[in-house]
Ligand binder design. Structure first.
Ligand SMILES: Cc1cc2nc3c(=O)[nH]c(=O)nc-3n(C[C@H](O)[C@H](O)[C@H](O)COP(=O)(O)O)c2cc1C
Length: 287
């Protein structure tokens, strides 16, 4: 997969789209999307775990197979859905979300609207639509289509209800050397933009559970999750792990663009955690 524009600028522009134009997706776009999701490289996470993404065209929410795919009224005029398929494990979910967010940023570059959905869609009907192996399930989907420019009022109202524009400030998310010291934007050095991309990324119910800690020597950035207690437990998987993969993707895309070299590892650092809901996930090591 290649980006033509600046992923940083695209990530700044991206927002969830729930109202689509009635125009169908152009054939040339459908072709590129199908190529993208059939390219193995685009489906493998940083630690090698691989998921699937299926394209489902719809007309009035009904698929070619005649199955009605519902989103409880949250989404207007979707032209197709991209359905994610992964295994229900901690890192398989994190890695899958990393690949799915890359696709979302790539689609945003093509001016195709997306909305990550883990909850407000009819999982059963999507499960009927695609073939699932024993270990597989659907962690998320996104409707796609061209954004409906006229429906902005509805979108704005919904954004207000889900507090979509309510993104937490730096001092609630990022830490310097210990969890006792918030990371000052001015002290983040070259990492200011990659960290800012984490902050503006999408998250389930906009809970923004990611917590980053930059080490004193500035050689490592640790990624933690602060779980929202009981969130998504009814669904049988931890949806907030998806938010962590999204954070990794946003961070890495910005590092790549800024030529900041590094790689991911799981190191389990010994640090005093702020509370029992906080769990270590991954680290970015600067090369
Ligand atoms: C893992 C995940 C699951 C989500 N599930 C839903 C959903 O079920 N329904 C929905 O309307 N929005 C869903 N969203 C979209 C969020 O509400 C949205 O990303 C957040 O409010 C921030 O807004 P933004 O994407 O415009 O920055 C989900 C987002 C993520 C990352």
């Amino acid at each position: 997969m290649r980006f033509n524009k600046s992923p940083i600028e695209t990530m700044k522009k991206r927002q969830s789209i729930r109202n689509f134009d009635t125009q169908t997706i152009k054939d040339s776009h459908v072709k590129r999307i199908k190529e993208y999701i059939s390219n193995e490289e685009n489906l493998v996470g940083p630690f090698g775990s691989k998921g699937r993404i299926e394209f489902i065209q719809v007309t009035n929410n009904v698929s070619d197979k005649g199955i009605k795919l519902g989103t409880y009224g949250f989404i207007k005029n979707p032209q197709a859905y991209l359905t994610g398929v992964a295994q229900n494990g901690k890192y398989s979910l994190v890695e899958f979300a990393y690949t799915f967010q890359k696709l979302v940023v790539w689609l945003t570059e093509l001016e195709i609207g997306t909305c990550w959905m883990g909850g407000t869609f009819n999982r059963n009907s999507f499960e009927q639509e695609i073939q699932l192996a024993d270990e597989e399930f659907i962690p998320c989907i996104t409707p796609i289509g061209y954004p409906n420019q006229k429906q902005r009022v509805f979108d704005k109202a919904l954004r207000y209800v889900v507090k979509a524009d309510n993104k937490k400030p730096w001092d609630k998310l990022f830490y310097d050397s210990t969890f006792e010291v918030p990371l000052n934007q001015e002290n983040a050095g070259s990492l200011e933009i990659p960290i800012e991309m984490v902050r503006i990324g999408p998250s389930a119910s906009n809970k923004q559970p990611w917590r980053l800690l930059l080490t004193r020597d500035r050689k490592v950035c640790h990624f933690f999750i602060e779980h929202t207690p009981n969130y998504s437990s009814k669904l049988g998987y931890d949806m907030q792990l998806l938010d962590m993969g999204i954070a990794m993707c946003q961070f890495e895309l910005a590092c790549k663009e800024l030529d900041i070299k590094g790689d991911w590892s799981v190191t389990n650092p010994t640090l005093k955690l702020p509370n029992e809901h906080t769990e270590y996930i991954v680290s970015w090591n600067f090369l």
